[in-house]
Design a protein around this ligand. Structure first.
Ligand code: UT7
Length: 325
């Protein structure tokens, strides 16, 4: 018995913001952005494209592929840091949008690692309760959480959502093989976003005047490469799987330079890696499931193939997962 992905889906806002468009917003240029990040375009949400609305659209696609109705879902988990409300969770709004009346729903706050953390939780749940069907989503509208005067951050991120429906398979060989996830809260300052203002001065919470992403880009870059390398190596060792046996590597799409550094350090061939960062930028928790869905729909892997996922984000949070499709 293994936990398999029964269906995937994704949804992206209609509006494309190019590097040229950003030239009119901050002091930057297309050549700088493309050479430092590999990003050309990103999607920016508009009317009808809030985080939960994108998440629901991605979920409908995933449910359709899985051949399941929303009523058959038992749990909905959304990895997000950019829902339009602190409470209720984004997952509760998705539940409402889908009419998933039999599911309980909650969010995971793990920044860019939200989807792979959620998948890990779903895997463990399904292993103990075989009949469960779990919808795991990564969804963000980070455009609502960016300081559009800060050229260090606003050029990097984009909006979107990806989803996967997980259930069990009786085929012993298939499914989630394992995961290797970590966090390091001591490094929180390097990449963070404040909460809305606090109304209790005694709590001495930090400056909450702006609830947007703040980042020490160079430091994040260094940690991201090293952490993802360690996670992948640790996972392959833990599961006794060789790098050669991986059919497709779907990493978090943060930045092309982070990815090429990671691949160099791992000695992993670029031809076996899925990239879409040039079109969507960094969509945080949505990045891995959007890429997974696109790769799935392009037929880049088939039953029995081994897929490697990995992510790194604010917290810090990071990790890697292996699936036998
Ligand atoms: O999921 C993880 C999320 N985080 C990330 O993926 C970010 C990881 N970090 C990075 O990708 C890179 O650090 C950045 C792309 C953010 C920045 O690239 P960098 O090569 O580390 O540049 P830098 O921050 O060291 O800045 C170099 C120069 C500076 O100018 P001076 O001080 O040398 O005159 C910056 O002010 O580039 C300047 N700069 C820009 N110039 C044009 C910074 N942002 C921009 C910009 N356009 N958008």
């Amino acid at each position: 018995m293994g936990t398999v992905i029964l269906g995937t889906g994704s949804s992206l806002p209609k509006r494309i913001m190019t590097n040229k468009d950003l030239e009119g917003i901050v002091d930057t240029d297309d050549a700088w952005i493309y050479s430092r990040t590999g990003i050309k375009n990103r999607r920016i949400g508009g009317a009808g494209e809030q985080t939960h609305q994108l998440a629901a659209a991605a979920s409908r696609e995933a449910l359709q592929m899985a051949g399941l109705s929303a009523e058959e879902l038992d749990i909905i988990v959304v990895g997000t840091i950019s829902s339009h409300m602190l409470m209720p969770s984004c997952a509760c709004f998705v539940q409402k949008e889908l009419g998933a009346v039999n599911a309980f729903a909650y969010d995971i706050n793990a920044a860019c690692s939200g989807f792979i953390y959620g998948m890990d939780m779903a895997d463990k749940y399904i292993r103990s309760e075989h009949r469960k069907k779990i919808l795991v989503i990564g969804a963000e509208t980070l455009s609502s959480r960016l300081n559009w005067d800060d050229r260090n951050t606003c050029i990097l991120f984009g909006d979107g959502a990806g989803a996967a429906v997980l259930g069990h398979s009786d085929d012993n060989g298939r499914g989630v093989i394992g995961s290797n996830h970590r966090s390091d809260g001591s490094l929180w300052k390097l990449l963070h976003m404040h909460a809305p203002p606090s109304y209790n001065p005694d709590l001495e919470v930090p400056d909450n005047s702006g609830s947007y992403i703040v980042m020490e880009g160079r430091e994040v870059f260094k940690y991201a490469v090293k952490a993802m390398e360690d996670s992948v190596r640790g996972l392959l060792q833990q599961e006794n799987i060789s790098m050669d046996s991986i059919k497709l590597f779907i990493p978090h799409q943060a930045n092309m330079r982070i990815l090429t550094n990671l691949l160099d350090r791992l000695g992993f061939p670029e031809e076996k890696v899925f990239f879409n960062v040039s079109e969507y930028g960094n969509t945080s928790a949505a990045s891995v499931p959007i890429a997974l869905d696109e790769a799935n729909r392009q037929g880049l892997f088939t039953e029995g193939d081994i897929i490697l996922l990995c992510a790194f984000g604010g917290g810090f949070t990071w990790g890697a997962s292996l699936i036998k499709w």
